[in-house]
Design a protein. Sequence first.
Length: 454
Amino acid sequence: MIFAIYSTTKSRSDETLLTVDFNLRRRNVTLSLQVPQGRHFVEKVSSLQDLGARRDVLLRRLRFASPTVNKVLSRAGQFSVNIILVYIFSLLLFSCQKKEQSRTNVYSDNPIADSIFYAKGFQIETYTGCTLATIRNPWNNRLVLQRYVLVPKSDTLPKNLPDGILIRTPLARTVCYGSVQCVFLSELNVLQTLAGVCEPQYINIPYVRENVRNGKIADLGQAANPDLEKIMLIQPEALFTAPIDNSGYGQAVKLKIPMIECVDYMESTPLGRAEWIRFFALFFDKREIADSLFKETVSRYNELVRLTANVEKRPSVFMETIYSGIWYQPGGNSYVAHLLSDAGADYLWKKDTNTGSIALSFETVLAKAEKADYWLIKDNNPEDMTYNKLIQENSNYALFDAHKKRNIYLCNTGKVSYYEDLPIHPDGILKDMVRIFHPDLLPDFQLRYYKKIE
């Protein structure tokens, strides 16, 4: 027997078909979702326990399919799907020869893989009884960095769980090793769980600064060598960390507190990094909120990308300044390089394959960027950079055309929330870059992060 929901709009490209096919004799159910652009998702259900979980996964996928499809679901689709599934439950239950014994919580080894759209560093599998979050090793893609088995605190702990670090959700007391993890928690509105942070002087979030000052959030010192006694005293349920090249955590490992290893910064695309909000949300039971926030970011970002897709000229650009004899440029496969490309610029090291920064000499940068159209600089100082101050730092900067033509833009990260917004809202930085490189595309937009050096 087959039930179907068919939704369409004026454009046939937005047609959506959801079918529910079940066999009473075999007690087998297949949920099938066909969405615009030819995408097709299928979930097979072999037990009653799986039915609700797989329904939720399909609905999450449906919301990401397209804005039009999401409106259809909000208007009628989810209600209809729920009615159909309730009816299927009834038919299946009445068709059983024997009643299944009820159990408080049963672990099923038949997982549902959630769709990850841009991120490469993690994957999510939803089981009946738990969720498995897997972190890939960014320094060796053939290896797994860590696995986390998440079970709601309200549920009885299932038996025979998959391998991984067990975490009961939602977390109520946490520690963040860096500002980026705090930003993700802030976006999910769970900063109240923070019991301690490392290096609070670099965290530009008013709530965190105020509560560190009044002692409600513990200052745990340096992330590389946190105060272990303080960590034991505040008794967090998990530590959100940012590992660097598998360098380990020293004595902190002995605390036997789950370490949630966040390698979002190793993503090569801005939206890939932004999608990590969906990973963080798992630990606070905020999946629907995270999906909605991420979907909005994707929509805003891709709208800007479409603006620059067919620009006639892509102006050349390079970045930053020399520091201690080394000039760091973003790697050609880094999320910053992708930002520049999406903004309609010709990044001069776009052919490089590194996802991090590349160390260059002044001579190497000059040879390649002397005639570049634009120069973008990030700085952190009480006073903004000027052309005179730039020359005082290094008189050879005057050799670049961008200096001669006054096409240098500064982002003073001490005054604007660049680092706080970049991981989650790359569309904001992208909009600044589009305005810089193609002012005619956004004539009324005022720069938020960058400003032209005077």
